[in-house]
Design a protein around this ligand. Structure first.
Ligand code: FAD
Length: 549
């Protein structure tokens, strides 16, 4: 690790929050203009500049800001544009890692699963998973394995696993293939909406004083006289204006893009990421009616596959295909689509076809390189690397463990930057929107404590209460809310990440685009040309989330 200058104590540092705090800070509106002003006005070094607005970067921003550190986070696109919007939506220990014998990883994830449900109950819910049994040996094998899973969760358990009879299995999974079905094993894990959590984390970080900007791409790293990284150069994507920020430490949380940022400081840096993509297909709810998910422990390629009910639809995935270059809009390979359809056909009575696919989305795992080539076997644990340039990179892990990753990352970053040591407070830190019991259990429940404010928009203007499309439950008020409160800048931000329309039904999302553009244009004082361009761009994107028959 590089040595830096003499540690300087910060005079007059604001008192940091006490450990075990539970209260939410006063809600703040995410105002991009104000964030940009703050970022541009500051010439003194930030305690930490974080590159990347996915789960890892935003998690680190929440952790650092809630300890009282001065934080700037820059995201090149929208928050969650990368992998963090494209997960399987599970808050889980990872049954598969148990099979691999990675007990400590499973235990840590199960603990984080419980902490996340405690701190964001409006977004994390329990989900029953059924492993269907067609062979005699599956009852003892999976039954015992899942008992160990229960045991490892300890006080963070979500419910006891148990064997199901054939009848009980059919009651939970009425569309499962019945030929040869002996029964099932049921266990419990968590489910969430990844980008709703992410945007609530952005709000939480802002409420603790962090400055966070979407559409701000880091284009270079600044070095001090000692040759160590001492800041970033970025471009405001909306205006093209350059932005400079000095930092006591720079955190690279760019997931699959980690190596390209490391190369900004050290062009010869040995790559640390082995990117691998995973595809999900989304179908109508009718393919998996009810509230239980299916877990297939061994697909033909030895992977785990899930079919889960999510937001009134059925999500099936995923694959694990090594790729050479990451991109912000990865595309599914034909064989990945076929593989998911074939696996689904083995378990579902009515096999879904290409025509039934409502949306296909692809995410890239930022796996940290191991020795072998098989990405399914690479580490799901997180890695923190400090390069000779003093750039700190954090990569790997999973959504479920983002809080623990952030704690480790900020501990190391604070040491590297010689900041006063302050303990992490996120264990009990309520996430924006926290609501123990949804005030309104309806379609807005995912907004938690913000529901009343969104309903108030409808009271003011009744037209905002109408659904934007017959196939989806989203309303105009959510568009207004996303622009006014959640820093949505484009039709894609609203339809892909503030709502999940694109991920649920790409054609319907394309049809909603003109209405969404019109509402946004009113809010953002944009003209007809802006609307037309937004609709054109979004429809082009939505087309790539569909597949030909
Ligand atoms: C298919 C799939 C399914 C998964 N399912 C689950 C699951 O069910 N549960 C679970 O716990 N985990 C799951 N994971 C893992 C989890 O989604 C990831 O570990 C996590 O989202 C990674 O977040 P990240 O912030 O590291 O990366 P990302 O979300 O990719 O964020 C990196 C960000 O950096 C930005 N960036 C890049 N370069 C720059 C630059 N120069 N300037 C500014 N910004 C930049 C990118 O735009 C991007 O937004 C899944 C992963 C995949 C791929």
């Amino acid at each position: 690790m590089p040595r830096r200058g003499k540690p300087k104590r910060k005079p007059g540092r604001a008192a940091v929050s006490a450990p075990n705090q539970v209260a939410i800070r006063k809600a703040v509106r995410l105002d991009r203009e104000e964030m940009l002003q703050r970022a541009r006005a500051r010439t003194s070094p930030w305690d930490m500049v974080i590159i990347g607005g996915g789960a890892t970067g935003v998690g680190a921003a929440v952790d650092a800001a809630s300890r009282g550190y001065q934080v700037l986070l820059l995201e090149q696109s929208d928050f969650g544009k990368g992998t963090s919007s494209r997960s399987t939506k599970l808050v889980h220990g990872g049954v598969r890692y148990l099979e691999q014998g990675n007990i400590s990883l499973v235990m840590e994830a199960l603990r984080e699963r419980g902490i996340l449900r405690q701190n964001a109950p409006h977004l994390v819910s329990d989900l029953a998973f059924v492993v269907p049994r067609y062979d005699w040996w599956e009852a003892p094998f999976y039954g015992v394995g899942l008992k160990i899973y229960d045991l490892l969760a300890g006080k963070y358990g979500f419910g006891a696993s148990q064997l199901l009879s054939r009848e009980e299995t059919l009651a939970r999974l009425p569309t499962i293939k019945q030929d040869g079905l002996r029964g099932g094993v049921i266990y419990y894990d968590g489910q969430f909406d990844d980008t709703r959590l992410l945007i609530n984390l952005v709000q939480t970080a802002a409420e603790h004083g962090a400055t966070l900007l979407n559409y701000a791409q880091v284009t270079g790293l600044k070095k001090g006289n000692d040759g160590f990284v001492a800041g970033v150069v970025a471009r405001d994507v909306e205006t093209g204006i350059e932005l400079q920020a000095n930092a006591k430490v720079v955190i690279n949380a760019t997931g699959p893009f980690s190596d390209s940022v490391r190369r900004m400081a050290e062009p010869e840096a040995t790559p640390m990421i082995a990117p691998s993509q995973g595809v999900h297909l989304v179908f109508d709810h009718a393919f998996l009616p009810g509230n239980s998910a299916i877990m297939v422990p061994h697909t033909a390629d030895g992977r785990v596959m899930f079919a889960i009910p999510w937001n009134g639809h059925t999500v099936v995935g995923t694959t694990d295909t090594a790729i050479s270059q990451p991109s912000l809009e990865p595309r599914p390979l034909p064989e990945e689509i076929n593989f998911i359809l074939e696996t689904a056909a083995q378990y579902l009575h009515h096999a879904p076809s290409r025509r039934d696919v409502l949306s296909v989305f692809v995410g890239i795992r930022p796996l940290v390189k191991g020795d072998g080539e098989n990405t399914a076997a690479l580490s799901r644990d997180h890695t923190i690397r400090i390069d000779n340039s003093a750039l700190l990179t954090i990569a790997g892990g999973k959504w479920t463990t983002y809080r623990r990753m952030a704690e480790d990352c900020v501990n190391q970053a604070a040491t590297l930057a010689r900041l006063p040591e302050v303990p992490c407070v996120t264990l009990d830190l309520r996430i924006h929107g926290f609501e123990e019991r949804a005030a309104s259990p309806g379609v807005l429940a995912r907004y938690g404590s913000d529901v009343a404010a969104i309903e108030a928009l409808v009271k003011e203007d009744k037209s905002l209460g109408k659904p934007l499309h017959r196939a989806l439950s989203y309303r105009g008020a959510e568009v207004v809310w996303a622009v006014r409160q959640e820093m949505a800048r484009t039709v894609e931000d609203v339809l892909a990440r503030r709502t999940r329309a694109l991920f649920l039904n790409a054609r319907a999302a394309g049809e909603m685009a003109p209405q969404v553009a019109a509402i946004m244009a009113r809010e953002l004082s944009q003209d007809g040309a802006w609307q037309a361009e937004q609709v054109r761009r979004f429809r082009q994107l939505a087309e790539s989330y569909t597949i030909a028959d």
